[in-house]
Ligand binder design. Structure first.
Ligand code: SF4
Length: 408
């Protein structure tokens, strides 16, 4: 490294330590050239300033994918099945209730509910599902439908996004997960075949409307496909701008692209790339309170290291996972294991809700909960059952119409 560059990095590091906001070019210099230990230290200092109490949080919830049928066909996705595929599924209301019962039994407080863009599930299906969940489980939370799913419903129902959100909120939607952001740069989105499902502006607009409607949401970034370093930073800066405007994001989560079984293929980013990306996000996103570790894509050990690179939250105990598993990664940590990693890293572990309010100490220290040594899946292998209530909702695709006619 030249003396000039080293001095430049020293100046930028001093800015971070003084709490000054980084410009795009300073952030790029730091991301590209700062030694990894320095980047980690700066991120850790920002984390410690925001969370001086030395607590690392996590939530007990269940990551449920209500359908894998999707017309979007993103080329980085190993999870979706096209309309009419024998492997396509839609979960029934009763199946979802069973999953909620199991989640509550281990101390869980919400579902993270996301799925494919299924043309045969109209808005009324979601409204009825949310209402039914809230009737049975009034305090249970629905962290549901990422921005591209909301846009899909807006197109399907021919209603504007704010109206779709209002209807979902009236039915029981509590917050919006930040999925489907990938990289918020349209050049990248076109290459990943996800520009059609949501442009960068459209993704941000759903979040803007959700925040205006009073919901808190999360933000994500999937890196490691075709984007440049500049584009990763552009993504972060666009999130920072919207957070300045609305203050509605609770947290940021980044993970690396998982290439197995995808059309795009390629290689997964390394652990150092993950830690550097997490650290630069912690430094750039000065108006975000919380950064999650993505142990589900990086594994428990890198997940634990994330706590030294800017993360203050271990995300979700999860119970179930389908999307990352489809792309070849299958890590599992139950509450006992998450807490062991948090405490071993020198922090206190606390359960939280979606608003990052502390709910208490680890639940396994309060009562007996079964150990969970592997994550559940949406369905048992070979279960191709079609939920009875589906016939009540009109289908849009030819295959969907034919199947509904047969069942009526
Ligand atoms: S990432 Fe989501 S929208 Fe894209 S193909 Fe997969 S399920 Fe569909």
């Amino acid at each position: 490294m030249t003396t000039e560059l080293s001095q430049e990095i020293g100046r930028i590091a001093a800015d971070v330590r003084a709490g000054r906001r980084l410009s795009a070019s300073d952030a790029l210099t730091l991301y590209r050239h700062a030694p990894t230990p320095l980047l980690g230290t700066l991120a850790d200092e920002v984390r410690a300033r925001k969370h001086p109490e030395g607590v690392v949080t996590y939530i007990i919830d269940r990551n449920v994918n209500y359908t894998n049928v999707c017309v979007a066909k993103c080329n980085f996705c190993a999870f979706y099945r096209p309309v009419g595929s024998p492997d396509g599924y839609v979960l029934g209301f009763e199946e979802l209730f069973r999953k909620i019962d199991e989640t509550i039994a281990v101390g869980g407080v919400q579902l993270l509910l996301q799925g494919g863009h299924n043309p045969d599930l109209p808005l009324a299906w979601y409204e009825d599902l949310f209402k039914a969940v809230k009737e049975r489980y009034p305090t249970f939370k629905l962290h549901a439908l990422s921005p591209p799913e909301v846009i899909h419903l807006s197109r399907l129902s021919q209603l504007p996004v704010p109206e779709v959100l209002d209807r979902l909120i009236a039915a029981g939607l509590d917050s919006v997960p930040g999925g489907g952001a990938e990289i918020l740069v349209d050049r990248v989105r076109k290459l990943l075949h996800c520009y059609g499902k949501a442009t960068s502006d459209e993704w941000l607009d759903v979040m803007r409307h959700a925040h205006r409607a009073g919901l808190r949401t999360t933000a994500t970034m999937m890196y490691g496909t075709v984007e440049t370093d500049e584009e990763r930073l552009e993504h972060l800066l666009r999130l920072r701008d919207l957070q300045d405007e609305t203050g509605g994001f609770t947290a940021f989560i980044t993970w690396s692209y998982q290439p197995e079984h995808t059309e795009l293929a390629g290689q997964e980013a390394t652990g150092v790339d993950y830690l550097r990306t997490l650290a630069i996000a912690r430094v750039v996103l000065d108006n975000f309170d919380n950064l999650q570790a993505s142990w589900v894509t990086q594994g428990g050990k890198v997940g634990q290291l994330s706590l030294a690179y800017g993360a203050n939250d271990m995300g979700s105990v999860m119970i179930e996972e389908n999307v990352v598993r489809a792309a070849g990664a299958s890590y599992c940590m139950d509450e006992v294991e998450i807490v062991r990693n948090v405490e071993n890293a020198g922090f206190e572990a606390r359960r939280r809700n979606m608003h990052y309010e502390i709910l208490g100490a680890p639940i396994f220290r309060e009562r007996n909960v079964p150990r969970m040594l592997e994550l559940s899946t949406a369905r048992e292998a070979g279960d191709a059952s079609v939920p009875a209530e589906l016939r009540l909702y009109p289908a849009r695709s030819q295959q969907g119409k034919a199947t509904r006619e047969q069942s009526n």
